[in-house]
Design a protein around this ligand. Structure first.
Ligand code: ADP
Length: 206
């Protein structure tokens, strides 16, 4: 499996780039933000609990998102790989992701971070708020809290992957296509080595 973590503060462009990457690489997109918003739309207990935290710009508990990712991995055993978007957001989540992927005999190939300064993030999120309908995009105080949570709780996840030599950082300001090309290059450079079992299957089929 070819597993990529897209990283960066809220508004960095992870969602936009994910859509382009899915089309190119046929990977399964796992956005914990999207999964949580689906729970809210369905009106589940989990959704109701998460909504209070999300609307204010706080993180939902690690156990909740780790559980969601665990079941998504179970449901997609045949996937060519995954794009993780908005996850992991804490070091505890990163450790759990390693453990979950190891249970499926796979691992993170690389993390690609999109760097964007706070002023630009606030501008982009307020703009998105005009059409996204997301309460957390519509108020500058909530946006600032999300950036602050990113700086205090999430940014250190970069160090976790750097210590595994899997961390890469790109400028998230520029042409969408140019950023996409740079991410694609990194992904291409980090194709996982084919396992002996997969190679044997390929030979039998050929
Ligand atoms: P953005 O990329 O704009 O921050 P997301 O859709 O990724 O938006 O996340 C929206 C909100 O959902 C976050 O502010 C947080 O409350 C919650 N959330 C999403 N992913 C996680 C996660 N991995 N851990 C904890 N909370 C999360």
């Amino acid at each position: 499996m070819h597993n990529i973590v897209l990283f960066g503060p809220p508004g960095a462009g992870k969602g936009t780039q994910s859509q382009k990457l899915i089309a190119k690489y046929h990977l399964v997109h796992l956005s914990t933000g999207d999964l949580l918003r689906a729970q809210i739309a369905e009106g589940t207990d989990l959704g109701l609990q998460a909504k209070k935290l999300m609307d204010e710009g706080f993180l939902v508990p690690d156990a909740v998102v780790i559980g969601m990712i665990g079941s998504a991995l179970e449901k997609n055993k045949q996937a060519a790989g995954f794009i993780f978007d908005g996850f992991p957001r804490t070091v505890a989540q990163a450790e759990s992701l390693d453990r979950l992927l190891a249970e499926h005999n796979t691992s993170v190939a690389c993390m690609v971070a999109l760097e964007v300064g706070e002023q630009e993030l606030v501008k982009r999120l307020l703009e998105r708020g005009k059409t996204s309908g997301r309460p957390d995009d519509q108020d500058e105080a909530k946006i600032s809290r999300r950036v602050q949570v990113y700086n205090t709780e999430t940014a250190q996840v970069a160090g976790y992957y750097a210590s595994q030599q899997k961390f890469y950082s790109l400028n998230g300001i520029g042409e969408i296509e140019s950023i996409f090309a740079q991410i694609s290059d990194l992904i291409d450079q980090h194709k996982p080595a084919e396992t002996a079992a997969a190679a044997a299957t390929r030979e039998v089929k050929a």
